[in-house]
Design a protein around this ligand. Structure first.
Ligand SMILES: Cc1ncc(COP(=O)(O)O)c(C=O)c1O
Length: 366
């Protein structure tokens, strides 16, 4: 957060139109310009709301199944479940920690309606394979691109093409609105459904709200929530979007590149595969030989806070599935360690993390 974000919020506060309004629409239009001519953008309150409304907008609900990697934030599973549909956990690909498509294909049933691949750390390999599987089985693709905003694939922005793409703008994402999210699609029916469902299902209320008005005579034909984005949130997002390409994205890429170079020769560490154009949201690595927990504990004593993305959803009580079906996910969950990555890190900070990690690994294993 800088002075421009603070000034933008102050302007909204002074104007005293705090909820969804002209700033929200302006942010959506700027996102649409950023992503190119094919897609419409509907902003919402969180990335989780984006996923839930996307699933609902595809007409998916009770009795339907959605393929999703087990190794993802629990929001994917909760978003699917909130529609009444069943999340079907899939195993992961070891090199990228993304959905294993061969495993997903094995879990297809007549009730499968969609696949929700996750751009893990900003990278989703084999997008062609995802869409080929979807086409072959009549599935919708709902991309969880919460980690991927600002990235490109073959020079094309993530979100500029595809079926339905969901972003998160929560407090630690590549850009933030404080909290926030967006559903991006070229499908007008999906757009209309999300627009209405984010405002309690009130039909076609959005345009009135953008003019600072309300609809008093309306119908409701689908479930809806208060999932819209406020002017306050949008004002922050507009400033952040303006800072992305010149400031945040190159900094994240440079920090990740510094990690990759510094960790390349460190024994006991394996890097995940990535690709040019990825703007990484997190910096996960694999710690081999069963040493992850010990290394994480040592780093903590040295003042280096790390994370584990993610606890597999099939191990959670609500979403429990037979763990024998997830060998790669299990391995990754034991190995993955997320190192610090944010735009306020200095090069020296990254070097310190690399040094501390190498030192922790050089210590004799218990
Ligand atoms: C992979 C993934 N999906 C979905 C979300 C949900 O986004 P939000 O926190 O904005 O609800 C997140 C956010 O942390 C995420 O990391």
């Amino acid at each position: 957060m800088g002075p421009a974000e603070r000034a933008a919020v102050s302007t909204v506060l002074e104007r005293e139109y705090l909820g969804m309004g002209a700033d929200t629409r302006a942010f959506e239009e700027e996102l649409e310009r950023y992503l190119g001519p094919r897609m419409s953008v509907t902003s919402v309150a969180t990335g989780t709301a984006a996923l839930q409304l996307a699933v609902q907008a595809c007409g998916i609900g009770p009795g339907d199944e959605v393929l999703v990697p087990s190794l993802t934030f629990v929001s994917c599973f909760q978003a699917i479940r909130a529609t009444g549909a069943t999340p079907v956990a899939c195993d992961a690909d070891l090199a990228t920690a993304t959905i294993a498509l061969d495993d997903a294909a094995r879990r297809l049933t007549p009730r499968t309606r969609a696949i929700m691949p996750v751009h893990y750390a900003g990278y989703l390999p084999n997008v062609t394979g995802v869409y080929a599987l979807a086409r072959a089985h009549g599935l919708r693709v709902i991309e969880d691109a919460a980690h991927a905003f600002g990235g490109t694939r073959d020079g094309i922005p993530i979100g500029a093409e595809g079926d339905v793409i969901c972003f998160s703008f929560d407090g630690i994402k590549n850009i933030t609105c404080g909290e926030g999210g967006a559903v991006v699609t070229a499908d007008p029916r999906v757009r209309q459904s999300v627009e209405d469902a984010r405002l309690l299902g009130v039909q076609r209320d959005t345009d009135a709200r953008y003019r600072g008005e309300r609809s008093w005579d309306f119908d409701v034909t689908q479930p809806g929530w208060r999932y819209h984005m406020s002017n306050i949130m949008a004002a922050i997002g507009r400033v952040q979007l303006g800072r992305l390409d010149g400031e945040f994205a190159p900094r994240r890429v440079a920090l990740a590149e510094r990690y990759r170079r510094g960790l390349a020769g460190v024994p006991g560490v394996a890097l995940l595969e990535t690709a040019p154009g990825v703007v990484p949201h997190i910096q996960p690595v694999r710690i081999l030989d069963g040493r992850r927990d010990a290394v994480q504990a040592t780093l903590r004593t040295r003042g280096v806070e790390t994370g584990v993305h993610y606890k597999p959803n099939h191990t959670l009580t609500l979403f429990a599935a037979d763990s024998a079906g997830f060998p790669v996910t299990r391995q990754l969950h034991q190995e993955l360690l997320t190192l610090p990555l944010h735009v306020d890190l200095s090069d020296a900070d990254v070097d310190t993390v690399i040094e501390e990690l190498a030192r922790a690994l050089a210590a004799p294993a218990d």
